[in-house]
Design a protein around this ligand. Structure first.
Ligand code: ZN
Length: 302
């Protein structure tokens, strides 16, 4: 039986929107250590449970006038945006791979990358709850393609190990953390999922786009928050008026102790607060569409 492509695309788009709706829950709950299964979604404003008919991707947002049915609290644009994004990515994958096992496998990881991206932007972390099972599932999926498990295993080791070495080198030279362990595990995941062949492309595209966005943000005067320390904990986060005891711990008076000359240390460019995870995720998704073309261009054009 031949399914009409328009029918398949509609069904896949709806499925993508529903997955996006679920990812909104993941993005909100996983960093907070909450269950993603229960309880059902509730309004952050009034706590009222959201009924299924108010939880239809994108449409509910529009029908309800962008507000909660009960307390009229505005609903964040983030929710329909993520739903539309995932639906759009699903359609792109269908266009690229057709109805195939490639579509199914790649969609799982693209969806995980969407969650990773927004969690990293919000919290500057890439949760182990996503990256570690991701590595295992990615390697397991490699057996769907004959012989691909070798590429996957090498990708896992080189991706994770290479970035780990880079991160160590950076902290040796600069004396501070350049990339987090979250990025290391994420690149191991990408290597296991796409094979070691993706790594050059991913690192190149992630770096270039990261630098471009950093420059654009710096030029447009957006304040970059410094990265959070490794042992940062949600519980001891809110400290707007830190007790003076904590200040004596800061080395060499970072907190304006030597503020007499009024010189404030500018945010070091490469250590700027832009999380790298979203750029790794973006580059991996681009690899699905541009990877073959890019390597062909390298072989023939150079
Ligand atoms: Zn409400």
């Amino acid at each position: 039986m031949e399914l009409h492509p328009a029918f398949v695309a509609t069904a896949l788009g709806l499925l993508g929107g529903m997955v996006g709706s679920f990812l909104n829950v993941v993005i909100y709950r996983v960093p907070a250590g909450l269950s993603i299964v229960r309880p059902g979604s509730s309004c952050p404003g009034c706590g009222e449970f959201i009924r299924w008919y108010d939880n239809v991707p994108i449409l509910s947002f529009l029908f309800l006038g962008r507000r909660c049915r009960h307390c009229r609290e505005p609903i964040s644009w983030r929710y329909p945006l993520v739903e539309a994004l995932v639906a759009g990515l699903m359609l792109l994958l269908y266009w690229r791979f057709g109805l195939s096992k490639e579509l199914a496998v790649h969609f799982v990881f693209v969806a995980a990358l969407v969650a990773v991206t927004f969690i990293d932007i919000d919290h500057r972390i890439i949760p182990n709850e996503i990256s570690l099972p991701g590595v295992v599932v990615a390697f397991a999926c490699s057996f769907l393609w004959p012989g691909f498990w070798r590429s996957s295993l090498i990708g896992l080791l080189v991706g994770g190990g290479g970035l780990l070495a880079l991160s160590w080198t950076y902290s040796l030279i600069r004396g501070r953390e350049g990339m987090g362990m979250g990025d290391v595990k994420l690149l191991a995941l990408l290597g296991a999922w796409l094979g070691w062949q993706c790594l050059l492309f991913v690192m190149l595209f992630a770096s270039i786009q990261g630098i471009v966005v950093s420059v654009v943000l710096a030029l447009s005067g957006v304040e970059l928050k410094p990265p959070l320390p490794e042992d940062w904990d949600e519980e001891d986060a809110p400290a707007p008026a830190d007790p003076p005891a904590a200040k004596s711990e800061t080395p060499e008076g970072e907190e304006g102790e030597e503020g007499e000359d009024g010189e404030e240390e500018p945010t070091p460019f490469l250590a700027a607060a832009i999380p790298f995870g979203p750029f790794l995720a973006l580059a991996a998704i681009e690899y699905l569409f541009l990877g073959e073309w890019f390597y062909l261009w390298i072989r023939t054009g150079l």
